[in-house]
Design a protein around this ligand. Structure first.
Ligand code: ADP
Length: 424
């Protein structure tokens, strides 16, 4: 087995985003939840190891990333890809700089690139400055992020504050001229002692021009955008086969713990079609009621009677969420609801659900853990950033299960019904 690309992602839904781009570029991809205990189960072109290392202490992020690297090297990975957020989420302490540096040291490589550019998602880099949509990063709302406030849009400065290696820039004038010009610029930067170069990219064409220049790099660091230009280096072209999953069957369900505007619309849309839906009340959970058992008792006869997908949701509008948070505390309310939805997801799968949609980033993490899923094969895209996946789940007695993990604002209004159509 030859693993071509070994990826390390600093969070869970970011890992899926990268995996989705690799599949669309024609690679067969598995995403693992953390660093696996044993060898890879399936024959694939790329693996994305999903860590939760974005905001933990830098030393811990380095340790986990190196553990992932060791595992990927043991699987024979020919190139390593460190994936972070397209808004370069980090603090002056890290973790993008420290992890990049540690991976470079471990791989014995003296040069790599860094670019969060993801034009499909309106993240572009020009003259080293990161734009989110039409505005600079520090005007995009990211300057107020609770954990990783981004107050400087200049990525050369941002990264330089996190690393001892010298940071440089490959600017758009060079990228626009193609791989040969990029290669010359890399040689010049190396001669100046630069170890990491921020790369401008404002379009997918820029990323496709960048790809060939990275063919011999032991390490690439980027958002998910650069992935679209790498498959070609391995002689891989986009194909339907890359996203092929085993045939789907079994009962269908949706669980939703996301309270985003998009998810609220999706829940309303699902209910408007007349399909069965049950709301979960966080205050009842807090009062000690076994709300997960109640939801499962409600769902069981519906599933047995073949009602089609059922929905169990805690999704609520912001006013209701704030009121619950005011009474229970933000973290306590979140953890309580996540536990309940995860227990519902597990119970549904134990009752024969084999096609499951989960809405909510944190909610997805809790569900995947409760289901006992260690690896997911990435399949066809339902909406940008959200593919169907196939996984073996402890909760399904080790049988296969199709699962889609939808983070917050992704997906069209009819996502909860459309998803099952895509699978059929
Ligand atoms: P998103 O991807 O939309 O951010 P997440 O699952 O990551 O969704 O986060 C939603 C958080 O809100 C979770 O911690 C979840 O448990 C919590 N939550 C869900 N429903 C409610 C509710 N009705 N009241 C309070 N908190 C809730």
């Amino acid at each position: 087995m030859t693993l071509l690309l070994g990826c390390i992602a600093d969070d869970f839904t970011g890992a899926t985003d990268l995996a989705n781009n690799l599949v669309r570029a024609g690679m067969r991809v598995v995403q693992t939840i953390g660093v696996p205990d044993g060898p890879l189960a399936a024959e694939v072109d790329a693996v994305v190891v999903a860590l939760k290392s974005r905001t933990i202490a830098p030393a811990e992020a380095v340790a986990q990333s190196l553990e992932a690297l060791t595992w990927l090297q043991a699987q024979g990975a020919r190139q390593i890809y460190f994936k972070y957020c397209s808004t370069f989420d980090s603090t002056p302490r890290g973790n993008i700089g420290p992890v990049t540096e540690a991976l470079m040291d471990a791989l014995g490589c003296d040069f790599t690139i860094a670019t969060p550019a993801f034009p499909d998602n309106k993240r572009t880099v020009f003259k080293g400055y990161l734009f989110a949509g039409d505005v600079l990063l520090d005007e995009s709302g990211m300057e107020k992020h609770p954990l990783t406030p981004m107050t400087d849009p200049n990525l050369v400065r941002v990264l330089q504050a996190q690393t001892r290696r010298k940071v440089g820039l490959i600017d758009h004038a060079v990228v626009a001229r193609g791989a040969a010009a990029i290669g010359e610029r890399i040689a010049a930067l190396r001669a100046e002692g630069v170890g990491i170069a921020i790369v401008d990219a404002v379009s997918n064409e820029d990323l496709l021009r960048l790809g060939p220049a990275l063919a011999d790099f032991p390490l690439v660091t980027a958002g998910s955008g650069v992935a679209i230009g790498l498959a070609g280096n391995f002689g891989i072209a986009p194909s339907a086969g890359a996203s092929a999953l085993p045939a789907a069957g079994g009962l269908a369900a949706v669980v939703s713990g996301s309270c985003s505007l998009a998810t609220n619309r999706q829940v309303r849309d699902f209910i408007a079609t007349g399909r069965p839906a049950m709301a979960i009340d966080p205050l009842r959970i807090a009062s000690g009621a076994d709300v997960a058992a109640e939801a499962l008792a409600w769902a069981e006869p519906l599933l047995r009677d073949g009602a089609g997908p059922v929905l169990v949701y805690s999704t609520a509008e912001s006013g209701a969420v704030q009121s619950v948070q005011g009474r229970l505390g933000v973290d306590e309310a979140g953890a309580m609801v996540e536990r309940t939805i995860a227990a519902v997801a597990r119970g549904l799968v134990e009752r024969g659900v084999r096609r499951l949609v989960v809405a909510g980033g944190e909610t997805s993490g809790a569900c995947v853990q409760a289901l006992g899923i260690a690896q997911m094969q990435i399949g066809m895209q339902i909406d940008p950033g959200v593919p169907w996946c196939h996984a073996f789940a402890e909760a399904a007695s080790g049988q296969g299960l199709h699962i889609a993990l939808k983070s917050g604002n992704f997906g069209t209004d009819d996502f909860f019904t459309k998803a099952f159509g895509v699978l059929a």
